[in-house]
Design a protein. Structure first.
Length: 164
């Protein structure tokens, strides 16, 4: 099977947050060359829905780009920048979004019944990565032959550790 770039090598997919300072660690973590890596960035490296855009992009990468390894790489100590519940409500109010709107979204259950949880309320990084690993491994449209790994990394110290 020939790739668009002419390469026959398998690629690895990295799902990570928005901090590009982590990028130099990816070849160390994955044991792959930079050109063998595809990167999906999303806020906090969180996969919030089993049939949302992030999972769709993962499935597309697996089948179109011959991805056989997926790495979820989160940041150590990235929770300090997340908004707390009262801060979210304050920002919503400033933007003209009422509590009734939030209640309606929660009632129709389009994103679960907790808007703040969907937006990524502060949580343990390791636990979040493990949930993402489980979601990908159990997804019916992702082949069981695809390996999924999780890591948390620190861009300042270049330290990283596996999440199992």
């Amino acid at each position: 099977m020939t790739k668009i770039n002419g390469s026959m090598s398998k690629k690895a997919l990295v799902i990570t947050g928005l901090n590009e300072k982590l990028y130099p660690l990816f070849p160390l973590i994955t044991n792959k060359k930079t050109e063998e890596l595809m990167i999906i960035n999303n806020y906090g490296a969180v996969i919030s829905q089993p049939y949302g855009c992030t999972i769709r992009n993962i499935i597309m990468a697996v089948f179109h780009e011959d991805v056989d390894e997926i790495y979820i790489i989160g940041e150590m100590n990235n929770n300090e920048n997340l908004l707390k519940e009262d801060e979210w409500y304050s920002k919503f109010q400033e933007a003209g979004i009422t509590k009734k709107t939030i209640q309606t979204i929660e009632y129709i259950d389009v994103i679960g019944n907790d808007v703040l949880k969907w937006l990524g309320a502060p949580q343990d990084s390791k636990m979040m990565i493990q949930k993402n690993i489980d979601l990908i491994q159990r997804h019916p449209l992702i082949p069981k032959t695809v390996s999924v790994y999780g890591f948390i990394a620190n861009a300042e110290t270049s330290e990283f550790e596996a999440v199992s």
